[in-house]
Design a protein around this ligand. Structure first.
Ligand SMILES: O=C[C@H](O)[C@H](O)[C@H](O)COP(=O)(O)O
Length: 286
Protein backbone atom coordinates (compact mmCIF):
# COMPACT_ATOMS: atom_id res chain seq x y z
CA UNK A 1 0.00 0.00 0.00
CA UNK A 2 1.50 3.40 -0.92
CA UNK A 3 2.66 5.50 2.04
CA UNK A 4 1.35 9.05 2.44
CA UNK A 5 4.09 11.65 1.99
CA UNK A 6 5.16 13.08 5.37
CA UNK A 7 3.80 16.57 6.12
CA UNK A 8 6.31 19.29 5.28
CA UNK A 9 7.79 20.88 8.41
CA UNK A 10 8.52 24.60 8.88
CA UNK A 11 12.17 25.45 8.49
CA UNK A 12 12.56 28.89 10.04
CA UNK A 13 12.74 29.80 13.72
CA UNK A 14 9.81 32.04 14.72
CA UNK A 15 12.18 34.14 16.82
CA UNK A 16 14.04 36.80 14.83
CA UNK A 17 17.77 37.36 15.25
CA UNK A 18 18.77 40.78 16.70
CA UNK A 19 18.02 43.52 14.16
CA UNK A 20 20.94 45.08 12.28
CA UNK A 21 19.70 48.59 13.18
CA UNK A 22 17.58 49.70 16.18
CA UNK A 23 13.81 49.32 15.62
CA UNK A 24 10.88 51.29 17.02
CA UNK A 25 8.40 49.20 19.06
CA UNK A 26 6.01 49.23 16.07
CA UNK A 27 8.71 48.01 13.67
CA UNK A 28 9.65 45.30 16.17
CA UNK A 29 5.99 44.23 16.38
CA UNK A 30 5.73 43.95 12.60
CA UNK A 31 9.00 42.00 12.47
CA UNK A 32 7.91 39.55 15.18
CA UNK A 33 4.63 38.90 13.34
CA UNK A 34 6.49 38.38 10.06
CA UNK A 35 8.90 35.79 11.47
CA UNK A 36 6.07 33.82 13.09
CA UNK A 37 4.04 33.91 9.86
CA UNK A 38 6.94 32.74 7.70
CA UNK A 39 7.93 30.06 10.19
CA UNK A 40 4.39 28.66 10.23
CA UNK A 41 3.50 28.95 6.54
CA UNK A 42 6.59 28.85 4.30
CA UNK A 43 7.32 25.17 3.80
CA UNK A 44 10.30 23.49 2.13
CA UNK A 45 8.12 21.97 -0.58
CA UNK A 46 6.70 25.33 -1.67
CA UNK A 47 7.44 26.45 -5.21
CA UNK A 48 5.45 29.64 -5.83
CA UNK A 49 5.14 32.23 -3.07
CA UNK A 50 3.26 35.55 -3.30
CA UNK A 51 4.81 38.66 -1.77
CA UNK A 52 2.62 41.71 -1.11
CA UNK A 53 3.48 45.33 -0.47
CA UNK A 54 3.90 47.74 2.42
CA UNK A 55 6.14 48.25 5.43
CA UNK A 56 5.36 44.91 7.13
CA UNK A 57 6.14 42.76 4.11
CA UNK A 58 9.72 44.06 4.33
CA UNK A 59 10.14 41.86 7.41
CA UNK A 60 8.55 38.87 5.68
CA UNK A 61 11.18 39.12 2.95
CA UNK A 62 13.87 39.63 5.61
CA UNK A 63 12.73 36.44 7.35
CA UNK A 64 12.79 34.47 4.09
CA UNK A 65 16.21 35.84 3.19
CA UNK A 66 17.72 34.57 6.47
CA UNK A 67 17.15 31.00 5.26
CA UNK A 68 20.03 29.13 3.61
CA UNK A 69 19.84 29.66 -0.15
CA UNK A 70 19.80 25.89 -0.64
CA UNK A 71 16.32 25.90 0.95
CA UNK A 72 14.82 28.69 -1.15
CA UNK A 73 16.61 28.32 -4.48
CA UNK A 74 13.78 26.23 -5.95
CA UNK A 75 11.20 28.89 -5.00
CA UNK A 76 9.87 31.64 -7.26
CA UNK A 77 8.35 34.71 -5.63
CA UNK A 78 5.33 36.35 -7.26
CA UNK A 79 5.64 40.06 -6.69
CA UNK A 80 2.82 42.61 -6.52
CA UNK A 81 4.45 45.82 -7.70
CA UNK A 82 7.69 47.76 -7.90
CA UNK A 83 8.31 47.72 -4.14
CA UNK A 84 7.97 43.97 -3.64
CA UNK A 85 9.96 43.26 -6.79
CA UNK A 86 12.82 45.41 -5.47
CA UNK A 87 12.65 43.65 -2.09
CA UNK A 88 12.89 40.21 -3.68
CA UNK A 89 15.60 41.34 -6.11
CA UNK A 90 17.68 42.88 -3.30
CA UNK A 91 17.32 39.68 -1.28
CA UNK A 92 18.80 37.71 -4.18
CA UNK A 93 15.66 35.61 -4.60
CA UNK A 94 13.98 34.66 -7.87
CA UNK A 95 10.86 36.60 -8.88
CA UNK A 96 8.35 36.73 -11.64
CA UNK A 97 5.03 38.36 -12.45
CA UNK A 98 1.74 36.57 -11.98
CA UNK A 99 1.04 36.46 -15.74
CA UNK A 100 4.01 34.15 -16.30
CA UNK A 101 2.67 31.48 -13.97
CA UNK A 102 1.90 28.25 -15.81
CA UNK A 103 -1.48 26.64 -15.35
CA UNK A 104 -1.30 23.09 -14.06
CA UNK A 105 -2.84 20.18 -15.93
CA UNK A 106 -6.25 20.80 -14.37
CA UNK A 107 -6.12 24.50 -15.13
CA UNK A 108 -6.18 25.29 -11.40
CA UNK A 109 -6.64 28.94 -10.51
CA UNK A 110 -4.89 28.78 -7.12
CA UNK A 111 -1.40 27.94 -8.28
CA UNK A 112 0.60 29.73 -5.57
CA UNK A 113 1.39 27.69 -2.49
CA UNK A 114 0.98 30.70 -0.21
CA UNK A 115 0.80 34.50 -0.38
CA UNK A 116 2.05 36.83 2.37
CA UNK A 117 0.73 40.39 2.56
CA UNK A 118 -0.03 43.23 4.94
CA UNK A 119 -3.30 44.99 5.82
CA UNK A 120 -4.58 48.43 6.72
CA UNK A 121 -7.47 47.13 8.82
CA UNK A 122 -8.80 43.65 9.69
CA UNK A 123 -12.25 43.02 11.16
CA UNK A 124 -13.50 40.26 13.45
CA UNK A 125 -14.37 38.04 10.46
CA UNK A 126 -10.97 38.64 8.82
CA UNK A 127 -12.29 40.92 6.09
CA UNK A 128 -9.45 43.28 5.20
CA UNK A 129 -8.88 46.79 3.87
CA UNK A 130 -5.78 47.17 1.69
CA UNK A 131 -4.41 49.92 -0.52
CA UNK A 132 -3.19 52.44 2.04
CA UNK A 133 0.10 52.39 0.15
CA UNK A 134 -1.67 52.51 -3.25
CA UNK A 135 -1.17 48.78 -3.84
CA UNK A 136 -4.29 46.66 -4.06
CA UNK A 137 -4.98 45.34 -7.57
CA UNK A 138 -1.89 43.16 -7.93
CA UNK A 139 -2.24 42.13 -4.27
CA UNK A 140 -5.76 40.89 -4.90
CA UNK A 141 -4.69 39.09 -8.07
CA UNK A 142 -1.94 37.29 -6.16
CA UNK A 143 -4.19 36.47 -3.18
CA UNK A 144 -6.89 34.91 -5.36
CA UNK A 145 -4.18 32.90 -7.12
CA UNK A 146 -2.87 31.46 -3.85
CA UNK A 147 -3.99 28.41 -1.92
CA UNK A 148 -3.58 30.41 1.29
CA UNK A 149 -3.39 34.14 2.12
CA UNK A 150 -1.31 34.77 5.24
CA UNK A 151 -1.77 38.33 6.47
CA UNK A 152 0.89 40.04 8.60
CA UNK A 153 0.11 43.21 10.50
CA UNK A 154 0.59 45.08 13.75
CA UNK A 155 -1.83 45.47 16.64
CA UNK A 156 -3.23 48.79 15.35
CA UNK A 157 -4.88 47.01 12.42
CA UNK A 158 -7.38 44.85 14.34
CA UNK A 159 -10.90 46.37 14.52
CA UNK A 160 -14.38 45.07 15.32
CA UNK A 161 -15.50 46.32 11.89
CA UNK A 162 -13.79 47.86 8.88
CA UNK A 163 -13.63 51.67 8.71
CA UNK A 164 -13.49 51.92 12.49
CA UNK A 165 -9.84 52.95 12.64
CA UNK A 166 -8.88 53.19 8.95
CA UNK A 167 -10.71 56.18 7.45
CA UNK A 168 -11.65 55.14 3.92
CA UNK A 169 -11.71 52.44 1.26
CA UNK A 170 -8.93 52.76 -1.33
CA UNK A 171 -10.27 52.24 -4.86
CA UNK A 172 -7.99 51.92 -7.90
CA UNK A 173 -9.47 53.56 -10.99
CA UNK A 174 -8.63 54.42 -14.57
CA UNK A 175 -7.66 58.13 -14.75
CA UNK A 176 -10.26 59.09 -17.36
CA UNK A 177 -13.07 57.92 -15.08
CA UNK A 178 -12.15 60.07 -12.07
CA UNK A 179 -15.16 62.42 -12.06
CA UNK A 180 -17.62 59.61 -12.82
CA UNK A 181 -16.21 57.45 -10.02
CA UNK A 182 -16.26 60.31 -7.49
CA UNK A 183 -19.89 61.12 -8.33
CA UNK A 184 -20.91 57.44 -8.21
CA UNK A 185 -19.26 56.93 -4.83
CA UNK A 186 -21.18 59.93 -3.46
CA UNK A 187 -24.41 58.32 -4.69
CA UNK A 188 -23.42 55.12 -2.85
CA UNK A 189 -23.22 57.14 0.38
CA UNK A 190 -19.58 58.12 0.62
CA UNK A 191 -19.65 61.69 2.00
CA UNK A 192 -16.34 62.88 0.62
CA UNK A 193 -14.48 60.59 -1.77
CA UNK A 194 -11.16 62.14 -2.80
CA UNK A 195 -8.55 61.56 -5.45
CA UNK A 196 -5.34 60.68 -3.60
CA UNK A 197 -2.70 63.33 -4.03
CA UNK A 198 0.98 62.57 -4.53
CA UNK A 199 2.06 65.62 -2.55
CA UNK A 200 4.57 66.31 -1.14
CA UNK A 201 6.57 63.68 -3.06
CA UNK A 202 4.79 64.28 -6.39
CA UNK A 203 2.62 67.06 -7.74
CA UNK A 204 -0.74 65.76 -8.94
CA UNK A 205 -2.38 62.42 -8.15
CA UNK A 206 -0.67 59.25 -6.95
CA UNK A 207 -0.02 56.97 -9.94
CA UNK A 208 -0.27 53.26 -9.13
CA UNK A 209 1.97 50.45 -10.37
CA UNK A 210 -0.73 49.85 -13.00
CA UNK A 211 -0.82 53.48 -14.18
CA UNK A 212 -4.12 54.07 -12.37
CA UNK A 213 -5.27 56.61 -9.78
CA UNK A 214 -6.44 55.95 -6.23
CA UNK A 215 -9.70 57.32 -4.83
CA UNK A 216 -10.16 57.14 -1.06
CA UNK A 217 -13.84 56.68 -0.19
CA UNK A 218 -14.95 57.12 3.43
CA UNK A 219 -18.11 55.30 4.56
CA UNK A 220 -19.59 54.58 7.98
CA UNK A 221 -18.10 51.46 9.64
CA UNK A 222 -19.02 48.36 7.65
CA UNK A 223 -21.04 45.37 8.81
CA UNK A 224 -18.74 42.36 8.62
CA UNK A 225 -21.32 39.85 7.35
CA UNK A 226 -20.14 37.83 4.39
CA UNK A 227 -23.41 37.68 2.48
CA UNK A 228 -24.53 40.75 0.53
CA UNK A 229 -27.26 42.65 2.40
CA UNK A 230 -28.09 46.18 3.52
CA UNK A 231 -28.97 47.40 6.99
CA UNK A 232 -30.41 50.88 6.59
CA UNK A 233 -27.71 53.16 5.27
CA UNK A 234 -24.94 50.97 6.65
CA UNK A 235 -23.35 48.62 4.14
CA UNK A 236 -21.90 45.21 4.70
CA UNK A 237 -18.44 44.48 3.29
CA UNK A 238 -19.49 42.25 0.39
CA UNK A 239 -22.36 44.41 -0.80
CA UNK A 240 -20.37 47.61 -0.77
CA UNK A 241 -17.37 46.00 -2.46
CA UNK A 242 -19.60 44.67 -5.24
CA UNK A 243 -21.36 48.00 -5.74
CA UNK A 244 -18.10 49.92 -5.94
CA UNK A 245 -16.65 47.36 -8.35
CA UNK A 246 -19.65 47.87 -10.66
CA UNK A 247 -18.82 51.56 -11.18
CA UNK A 248 -17.42 52.06 -14.66
CA UNK A 249 -13.74 52.93 -14.41
CA UNK A 250 -13.07 51.03 -11.18
CA UNK A 251 -10.19 48.59 -11.60
CA UNK A 252 -10.30 47.09 -8.11
CA UNK A 253 -11.57 47.80 -4.61
CA UNK A 254 -9.38 47.60 -1.51
CA UNK A 255 -11.84 45.37 0.33
CA UNK A 256 -10.76 41.73 0.61
CA UNK A 257 -13.70 39.51 1.54
CA UNK A 258 -15.09 36.03 0.85
CA UNK A 259 -12.52 33.96 -1.06
CA UNK A 260 -10.09 36.91 -0.89
CA UNK A 261 -9.88 36.82 2.91
CA UNK A 262 -6.75 35.67 4.74
CA UNK A 263 -6.78 32.18 6.23
CA UNK A 264 -4.85 33.57 9.16
CA UNK A 265 -3.66 36.96 10.41
CA UNK A 266 -0.51 37.53 12.49
CA UNK A 267 -0.68 40.69 14.61
CA UNK A 268 2.55 41.91 16.19
CA UNK A 269 1.59 43.18 19.65
CA UNK A 270 3.06 46.08 21.61
CA UNK A 271 4.32 43.74 24.37
CA UNK A 272 6.55 41.88 21.90
CA UNK A 273 4.16 38.93 21.52
CA UNK A 274 2.21 37.88 18.44
CA UNK A 275 -1.53 37.25 18.18
CA UNK A 276 -2.46 34.59 15.61
CA UNK A 277 -6.07 34.87 14.52
CA UNK A 278 -8.16 32.55 12.35
CA UNK A 279 -11.94 32.41 12.06
CA UNK A 280 -11.96 29.54 14.52
CA UNK A 281 -9.56 30.70 17.23
CA UNK A 282 -7.15 33.29 18.55
CA UNK A 283 -3.78 32.23 19.91
CA UNK A 284 -1.12 34.26 21.74
CA UNK A 285 2.56 33.61 21.07
CA UNK A 286 5.51 34.94 23.03
O1 LIG B 1 -1.20 49.54 -0.42
C1 LIG B 1 -0.52 48.90 0.32
C2 LIG B 1 -0.81 47.52 0.76
O2 LIG B 1 -2.14 47.18 0.69
C3 LIG B 1 -0.22 47.25 2.15
O3 LIG B 1 -0.16 45.87 2.30
C4 LIG B 1 -1.05 47.83 3.29
O4 LIG B 1 -1.22 49.23 3.11
C5 LIG B 1 -0.40 47.60 4.65
O5 LIG B 1 0.82 48.25 4.68
P1 LIG B 1 1.74 48.27 5.97
O6 LIG B 1 2.32 46.91 6.13
O7 LIG B 1 2.77 49.30 5.66
O8 LIG B 1 0.90 48.67 7.14
Amino acid sequence: MPQAAPAAQPFLSPHPPPPKTPLTPLQAAKRAAAYHAVSDHLLPNHTYVGIGSGSTIVYVVEAISTLPRSLTSHMTFLTTGHQSRALIYDAGLRYTNIDTLPLDGAGAVRMLDVAFDGADEVDAELNVIKGGGACLFQEKLVVVSAKKFVCVADHRKLSPSLLTSFPSIPVEILPLSTQHVLASLRLLGSPSPTLRSGLPAKAGPVITDNAGFIVDAPFPPLLPSQEPSDEGSRHDVATLAKRIKEIVGVVEVGLFFGAQKPAVVYFGMDDGGVMVKTLEKTEQRS
